[in-house]
Design a protein around this ligand. Structure first.
Ligand code: SF4
Length: 259
């Protein structure tokens, strides 16, 4: 029975290939379907795992998200929990602390931001200030805001650019059920893995931020950001900058390998 199910799934997949193979645009859409298929693994494997304690505390989530750059994600999500253990995961307190105090706090943590204490202290302070500007409630930053408004607001945190802000908005949607019905406004984060995979898979001609953001909007308009994780994961696990492992890649059957 299990095997029959697999055979039927393969037949349906093959049927889609047959239907979609007769124009370039349709082929691109088939690549998108492959990426979305890969996205399902994201949910099944619990990839991009955020600790429950972070997800249940919106300020902790905001801090963890703001530190999610140039360091392993699982470590970045631990930073707010380390601050919590010190008893000062409090936006009102952090917003008024001096730079040196914030640097000392970060220095005392078992996990530190990789890009330095000074930068980290600015990130902490601006995140806390953003929360205080929303009445001390981090959820007020995105509650009743559209995804684009939330993306703009999040960029007021030091070090959070458009890419990280887009990632946070996508996570708010995927993990905290925010922005229901507004997924069409949630973009991909134009990171290096995603740009490389989009270009090699024939979804874009160049590896610029605007090319990948626009391609995702055009090819998956109902939720462009849904292409984010699968493309990132493929770039991380198979589509290496040199020596890509095309044979094992989930896109192997459909990718033109524009390397
Ligand atoms: S098939 Fe090869 S070139 Fe295409 S996305 Fe996969 S690893 Fe990259």
């Amino acid at each position: 029975m299990k095997n029959q199910t697999l055979v039927v799934a393969k037949l349906i997949e093959h049927g889609k290939q047959y239907e979609l193979a007769d124009s370039d645009l349709r082929v691109e859409r088939y690549h998108v379907a492959k990426l979305i298929e890969h996205e399902k693994q994201y949910e099944q494997l619990g990839a991009d795992r955020v600790p429950k304690e972070v997800l249940s505390d919106s300020f902790a989530f905001l801090i963890g998200a703001a530190f999610n750059r140039r360091m392993p994600s699982e470590k970045a999500w631990e930073i707010p929990l380390c601050i919590k253990k010190k008893g000062i995961l409090d936006a009102a307190k952090l917003a008024t602390m001096e730079k040196r105090e914030l640097e000392r706090l970060l220095e005392s943590l078992p996990i530190k931001p990789r890009w330095g204490l000074e930068e980290g202290s600015k990130t902490l302070k601006t995140a806390a200030r953003l929360v205080m500007a929303h009445g001390g409630d981090a959820t007020a930053i995105w509650r009743n805001a559209s995804p684009r408004e939330a993306t703009r607001k999040l960029q007021r945190i030091h070090g959070v650019g458009r890419g990280i802000a887009s990632m946070v908005v996508r996570m708010l949607r995927d993990k905290l059920n925010a922005f229901y019905g507004q997924e069409h406004e949630i973009d991909v984060k134009a990171g290096v893995h995603l740009k490389r995979v989009f270009k090699r898979a024939g979804l874009t001609e160049t590896e610029t931020d605007s090319a990948v953001i626009n391609a995702a909007r055009e090819l998956h308009p109902e939720y462009p950001g849904a292409l984010d994780w699968p493309a990132w994961d493929i770039g991380n696990r198979w589509c290496f900058p040199s020596g890509p492992n095309c044979a094992a890649c989930p896109l192997t059957a459909v990718c033109p390998r524009a390397i």
